[in-house]
Ligand binder design. Structure first.
Ligand code: PSV
Ligand code: MN
Length: 430
């Protein structure tokens, strides 16, 4: 397997921290043992945890006002995969990449698949893009795509999604994520029922072309780019569309796509109860945004979401939704953010395994609100960092991914090898 961070360098970096880790890990083992948890079984589950990296996340994102490109940014999908391989090598929690088409459209899918295979990377859900026009396309998406009032525009968007599925098949993907920006900016601009009807007809057509072992994931978003109404604005619309469409059509929850303070963990529970929770886009947000680093603003919410997922899995061990990061802003090195965020999601998962579920159930049944919330907090307040570090170490990753990455000078090397296009200034509306 090709590894872009020298393995000896990585080991040396780890060696310096190993004895401290061993004593932290043993201390935590003892603590957990007192509460009836075996640390090695938690460690084994932590090692199994995986979340996909979004190909678009390794580039510097922008606001609606400007983009400030970082040094040595990837200029094509191959360089993006290079960066994804570094994230996986150090974090050992991101073995798959989620592609966005046509942004990542390869000339030769086989070549791309082989390029990923050298790093042992696989492809997660494919994302279609009908929220912006591509050069040379006949119909514009200015007023929508799958829900457009014009049949020609809808047909074009349907054909694009089918093409993305065909490409995904060649790459070994197993799911299509559909997010559309369709909506309106004025009361009266769009007929609510008709646009939803058009959307339903369109996604059914895409669904009918799906391979038998694929899922279709419908992603809702409360607003943006449309600011008055959005066709798939909430989990209710998403659920209705998924239910109307078919068994393998499921809802995807992007954490940032809800109004502030919405109870996302309850949405998770509702969708799962009715067999329609298919996947996640992890990120964090403070207002109406959806691109801050996972766990950076509200880590307790992330934990509560995983608490629901672990509860669901305690009843159905085969339950396995798609997990993807979807975040991209412009103030950090994206590789650092993605490694850190993957670990934050993994942390929430691990803590959810440490909830005393029997005690929680008893407190719920006896209406002991204080002890019910305290049971959750008991797990949440644990410092489980040694488990994450040990999982990475044993899998061949870095005990401290960000520190190791910085010491490796990977970004500086990219800066030399990836000269930026001088015509791209990074200013202006993006
Ligand atoms: C839309 O805001 C979204 O969350 C969708 O998942 C897109 O595919 C992605 O961001 C990138 O624009
Ligand atoms: Mn998303």
């Amino acid at each position: 397997m090709t590894q872009l961070i020298d393995q000896n360098f990585l080991q040396e970096h780890n060696t310096k921290q190993e004895s401290a880790l061993t004593s932290d890990y043993n201390a935590l083992a003892e603590k957990l043992d007192r509460s009836g948890f075996n640390i090695d079984s938690i460690l084994a589950q932590a090692k199994q945890f995986a979340v996909a990296v979004p190909s678009w996340g390794v580039g510097t994102g922008g606001t609606r006002f400007a983009r400030f490109p970082g040094k040595g940014e990837p200029r094509n999908i191959f360089e993006k995969l290079d960066d994804c391989s570094v994230i996986q090598q150090l974090s050992q929690a991101t073995p798959t990449v989620s592609l966005h088409i046509p942004w990542d459209k390869p000339k030769d899918p086989n070549e791309l698949r082989q390029y990923a295979e050298q790093y042992d990377l696989r492809f997660d859900a494919m994302n279609s893009n009908t929220f912006q026009d591509q050069i040379g396309q006949e119909e514009s998406y200015k007023f929508g795509s799958l829900a457009h009032s014009s049949k020609a525009a809808r047909d074009q968007a349907i054909a694009h999604n089918i093409e993305v599925v065909e490409l995904g098949e060649k790459l070994g993907s197993k799911a299509l994520t559909v997010w559309v920006g369709d909506g309106s900016n004025f009361p009266g601009q769009q007929h609510f029922k008709n646009s939803f009807t058009h959307y339903l007809e369109s996604i059914k057509e895409i669904y009918n072309s799906l391979p038998d072992d694929w899922n279709m994931l419908l992603e809702h978003k409360i607003f943006e780019p449309a600011f008055y109404s959005t066709v798939i604005q909430d989990w209710g619309s998403s659920y209705l569309a998924a239910k109307e469409t078919g068994e393998r059509c499921l809802s995807l929850v992007d954490l940032g796509h809800h109004a502030p303070n919405v109870n996302i963990e309850m949405i998770v529970s509702r969708l799962a109860q009715f067999g329609k929770l298919g996947g996640f886009h992890f990120n964090d947000s403070k207002y109406g945004d959806d691109d801050l680093d996972s766990g950076s603003i509200n880590p307790y919410q992330l934990f509560l979401i995983f608490n629901e997922l672990t509860d669901i899995r305690s009843q159905d061990t085969t339950y396995n939704p798609f997990y993807m990061l979807d975040q991209s802003h412009n103030v950090t090195d994206p590789i650092e953010s993605l490694m850190y965020s993957a670990a934050e999601v993994q942390r929430a998962f691990v803590k959810s395994l440490l909830v005393d579920r029997e005690a929680l159930t008893n407190h719920q049944n006896t209406n002991d609100a204080m002890m019910a919330q305290a049971t959750l907090k008991q797990a949440y307040n644990l410092d489980i960092e040694p488990i994450l570090q040990m999982a990475r170490l044993q899998e061949g990753g870095a005990i401290s991914p960000v520190a190791c990455y910085r010491a490796s000078q990977y970004r500086q090397t990219c800066d030399k090898n990836r000269p930026a296009d001088p015509n791209k200034t990074g200013s202006g509306i993006v």
